[in-house]
Design a protein around this ligand. Structure first.
Ligand code: HEM
Length: 155
């Protein structure tokens, strides 16, 4: 049996590629920071420059990813779903949930990062990890839920 060649829209394909790429990159960075970096800092096994550098890296990825998600997710939603499709369960509702969780996760990473930076300005590594760690752990949890929703939509 012959399979007909797929007709791919290059812009939509690019949107899917960048969306998935940044999903993995962003959630991966936040999970690793919450899981490994924060406990090391809490134990005092890290100097302020290292924790500050990692936190600034996570903030940058978060901001670049925000632009990528809005552009690619917006294009994907408009092309594949349309306004009506977004309000059609279950897939449309999953996309809207994805949008809402992205706002929540971005907020948690930003608040966590700003708490860490405030404590680091006073040279307090353990306080920084304690103050920001809870937000980053919550963000990591939300990120994992986002990837599960993405897997559901991809299937
Ligand atoms: C502005 C926020 C976002 C919007 C508007 C959005 C929208 C969408 C849309 C419309 C799809 C395509 C669904 C389909 O093909 O049926 C999708 C897929 C996906 N999204 Fe999002 N999304 C956003 C944020 C995120 C975030 C923050 C993550 C994870 C960190 C994520 C992970 C995924 C994954 C893994 C897929 C599956 C891609 C595939 O089909 O291969 N999205 N998203």
């Amino acid at each position: 049996m012959q399979v007909a060649p797929l007709q791919l829209d290059p812009v939509l394909t690019g949107a899917y590629v960048f969306h998935t790429l940044f999903a993995g990159l962003w959630v991966g960075a936040v999970v690793l920071t919450a899981w490994k970096v924060i406990p090391l800092a809490k134990a005092g096994d890290m100097n302020p420059e290292v924790l500050g550098g990692i936190t600034s890296g996570v903030s940058w990825i978060t901001r670049i990813a925000a632009l990528v998600f809005l552009a690619t997710g917006g294009h994907m939603a408009a092309t594949v779903y349309g306004a009506e499709g977004l309000f059609t369960p279950p897939r449309g509702h999953v996309v809207l949930t994805m949008l809402g969780l992205w706002v929540v996760m971005t907020g948690l990473v930003e608040v966590g990062g700003s708490r860490i930076r405030s404590a680091l300005d006073e040279g307090k590594v353990r306080t920084a990890a304690r103050d920001g760690g809870t937000f980053l752990k919550a963000a990591a949890g939300v990120g994992l839920v986002l990837l599960v929703l993405g897997g559901y939509l991809a299937a």
